[in-house]
Design a protein around this ligand. Structure first.
Ligand code: PHE
Length: 340
């Protein structure tokens, strides 16, 4: 049967060309799905001269169906495995139990990741801003729609200095200053060290790093936010990473989200670094609240914007496979030696 040979050849050719999981899935639907070419042919095999011929065609079609399904599954698994292997090759080995061999100095992992993320955002037209570690309550809270006695302050208890200043609890503390400095439109990232009164464990420290990002312009929406986050994360990890958005509350964004990434240390199975959930909260984000824009002198009739607070410390832990956050501020040469 000509059409049967054609069908086989068409499948073989498209199968050879399918280079990733998504393409294979499309192929499965196209040939084996409910309205797939093979499925349809089986239902109505045309052109058989006799009942015997019909039987023969059905047999061949069934063989083709089985073989196609199996080939697709095998190739999909192979592709998945080689993606994992490639990713593993790229992930530097982090093992502080190895004997210390330090012939020269190294950058700290946070510095490395910070520079990398800065370069990615710079390439997308963002400027990199510097901001003080000691600030005041206005910048850290009030300008961000967190008035005195607002319960949101509880989660961000910090070191209060005698002169009324505070050690900043998040890089969002720079939002107001940067809006005042540039006005709209604006694209900026600002990395920084943050401080909170935390119960310390493998995943929490009183001193950690974030990188804030803000983009303000006409017609900025959540799609812009998701786009920039995805580009950034896939650049950092050198492969597409799984993310999920959950609603999250922060007084300075509306709507607000928690962007989680699949834990790359355990692959989503659950480990101490991800609190056994398989996901790591990496990047709270959202659309900047109009009150915050107004505090920054931005015309809310004309402009909207998004902001995110990337956990640089978490990102470094993910990227380098650092299981205990306390390694990072330990000053241990065994830690630094991993990054020479
Ligand atoms: N500043 C918030 C925090 O550290 C994170 C955040 C930044 C949330 C920007 C939304 C937008 O918890």
């Amino acid at each position: 049967m000509d059409w049967l040979e054609e069908l086989k050849a068409a499948f073989a050719q498209e199968f050879a060309q399918a280079a990733d999981g998504a393409a294979l899935e499309q192929l499965r639907v196209k040939y084996l799905g409910k309205n797939g070419r093979i499925t349809k042919a089986l239902a109505e095999p045309g052109g058989a001269a006799s009942a015997e011929a019909l039987l023969e065609i059905r047999k061949e079609l069934n063989t083709l169906k089985k073989a196609a399904g199996a080939e697709i599954s095998v190739k999909a698994e192979q592709l998945r495995q080689s993606a994992i292997d490639a990713a593993e090759l790229q992930t530097p080995r982090y093992d502080t139990s190895l004997p210390l061999r330090l012939e020269k100095g190294s950058y700290a992992p946070i510095t490395l990741i910070q520079r990398e993320v800065e370069a990615i955002f710079e390439s997308m037209g963002f400027t990199v801003e510097d901001y003080a570690e000691v600030t005041d309550e206005y910048n850290c809270f009030e300008a961000l729609n967190i008035p005195p006695y607002h319960p949101a302050r509880d989660m961000q208890d910090t070191f209060y200095l005698e002169n009324g200043q505070v050690l900043k609890t998040h890089t969002s503390a720079a939002q107001n200053t940067i809006m005042r400095k540039y006005g709209a439109p604006l694209r900026a990232v600002f990395p920084g060290r943050c401080f909170r009164n935390e119960a310390i464990d493998a995943n929490h420290d009183n001193t950690f790093f974030q990188m804030e990002g803000m983009m303000i312009d006409r017609d900025i929406s959540i799609s812009n936010l998701i786009y920039f986050m995805k580009i950034m994360l896939s650049e950092v990890f050198g492969r597409p990473v799984k993310v999920r958005l959950r609603p999250g509350f922060f007084p300075f964004v509306e709507p607000g989200f928690e962007l989680d990434i699949n834990c790359l240390i355990c692959g989503g199975e659950g480990c101490p670094s991800c609190g056994h959930s398989g996901w790591l909260e990496l990047c709270p984000c959202g659309m900047i609240h109009p009150n915050v824009l107004r505090h920054g002198g931005i015309d809310t009739e004309q402009y909207t914007g998004f902001a995110f607070g990337l956990g640089l410390t978490r990102l470094a832990m993910m990227k380098y496979g650092i299981k205990d956050i306390r390694d990072l501020n330990s000053g241990s040469l065994k830690v630094l030696a991993q990054f020479v």
